[in-house]
Structures are given as C-alpha cells and as structure tokens.
Design a protein around this ligand. Sequence first.
Ligand SMILES: [Zn+2]
Length: 310
Amino acid sequence: MRPLTFRPITKSRPGYADIRVSDLLTETGEWNWQQIHHILWPIDHDEIRRLPQRCLNDPDKLIWHFNTDGAFSVRSGYHLASSVCEGSSTGTFSGAVSFLRKLGNLKIQSKVKTFIWKAIHEICPSRFHLASRGIKLDTICPRCQSFPEHSFHVLWHCERAREVWFATSLWPLLSQFVGSCFMDLWSWVCSFGVRNDLALFAMVSWSLWLDRNQFVFENKFRKAEEVVSRACSLWEQYDSTLKDRIVIPSTQSPIWQKPILDFAKINVDAAVSETLPGIGVGWWLEMIVELCSYLGPIFCMDLSHLLERN
Ligand SMILES: [Zn+2]
C-alpha cells in the first residue's frame, strides 16, 4: 500500500481483482512467494518484503488510516475534514492533501490539472487499467514492448518517458527520484522543485500522455523535443508572463551560416548505440581566411572528417 494514497502500488492482474492478503499466505502464515510472484507485479515484491513480520498473523480487517489504533473516531474524522478544508494539519494524509492543493493552485489549464489528478489516482485509461476493468486487450506497452502499460509506466518508467524528461530542464531533479507511483513522483517535484518546476512537470506529463495517445491511435511519432515544445507552448498560452522565462526547445534543424572572416567553424555531432559497441563522432570544419585585404576573402577550406566506429 502506498503511504500517501493508501492504495495498492499497481492494479491487480486481470482475473485477480478480488485477491486478499490471506490468499498470499501459506497455511503456516508465511508469505507464499510462489503465489506472490504469480499474481503480483515485481514492483510489489520489495514492498511486501518491507512489511513487519507480525502483520502476517493478523486477520484481514478494515482499518481507519487516520487513527493510530486503526479505529474510526469522530475526533479523527473532524481532524481529517479540517485538513482537507484548510490544508493546515500535519501527518501523512495532510501531506498528500497539500501536494494535491499545489496542483489546484498551479497556473495551468484545467484539462492538465484534471489529467494530473487522474494520474495521481491511477485512473488514466492505460491498457493495464482498461484490462483491470474487464476489457480484453494486450496490456504490454506499445512503445517499449517490455512492460505492462499502466500510467506510471507511460509517464516515468518507459524509455520513451525518460527520453522526453531528459529533454527538459527538470532532468537533474527527476534523475534523483526514487519511488513507485505517480503520487511519489508528484510529491518529489512538489518537495524539491524550484520556481515553475511543478507547472512544467504537469505540462510535460500531459503532453507525454497525448504523445502516447497519438502513437497508439494515430500511429504518429514525434521527437522528444516536440513533446516538450508542445507542453511549453500550451503553458505559455495560459500564462503570457512566461514568454521571456521559458526556453522552448527548437524542433527545426538549424540553418547553416557561413563563418565570419578569420574564424573557424566546427559543427560536431555524436551518437551512442545501446546495442552496438563504440560511439560515432562526426565533425565538419569550415574556414575563410583573408590573405590580402584588397583581394578580399580568397581562401576557403572545407574539411570533413568522420570517425568510424571503433
Ligand atoms: Zn514502455
């Protein structure tokens, strides 16, 4: 269970929606790891290992999370209601409430806020979510073809998501993130992001989901920079004061320009392959040298080199 949302980390596999804790135990009250590996996703296994051993002998029961003894009281209910209304109390739940309140206060489009809210509550219509609702379809991510496609995978775990986040100014912050659900990720950016980081994170998340939909339903593929650029453009439409503060990545190839006199111009590029050994590096050197002032530029040298793969 997640500490902030009190919900399972992942959706259950199709056909196991009604699974109970007791179904995952052996007759002697130990974890049945064979059953756990069969029913639950790998991401859940470590969380289960962290549970206190004494929990295994307790029978399943409903508990009220907001009291230390797990029993409901009017006082704790009042305290919770006050937290939601004022966002001023302490504790795990109020922490989650304050993170959600930050979403409400962002200067971004309502449709983006709605999307983030859905992502936090894990109800985006991903393949995995639809399958858990009884719709028969392949749950594997159509992008990486490797993992179940739930919303957290689309927005963070998938290699496509990493590619997009890497193209943003948020990468230094996000690359430090450790967590297992979108609420964790949202909380991370809320806690450690600086000015405008949270709004940018929300906009790019929305654009990433739109990118997923366009890939699945329209077979369209966009560059990572285009996904980020779309997010920034939409954000800028909403908040015109951002115009001079955000840098929208260019999606157009730069136009070649002649180097100025007496200067050398070198264009370089490099690529690294995950599957092939070595790297590829290429450069293009251009120079215009003025030998005699009255003749003007009379010497022009173009050198092109390309290093082969090692
Ligand atoms: Zn994927």
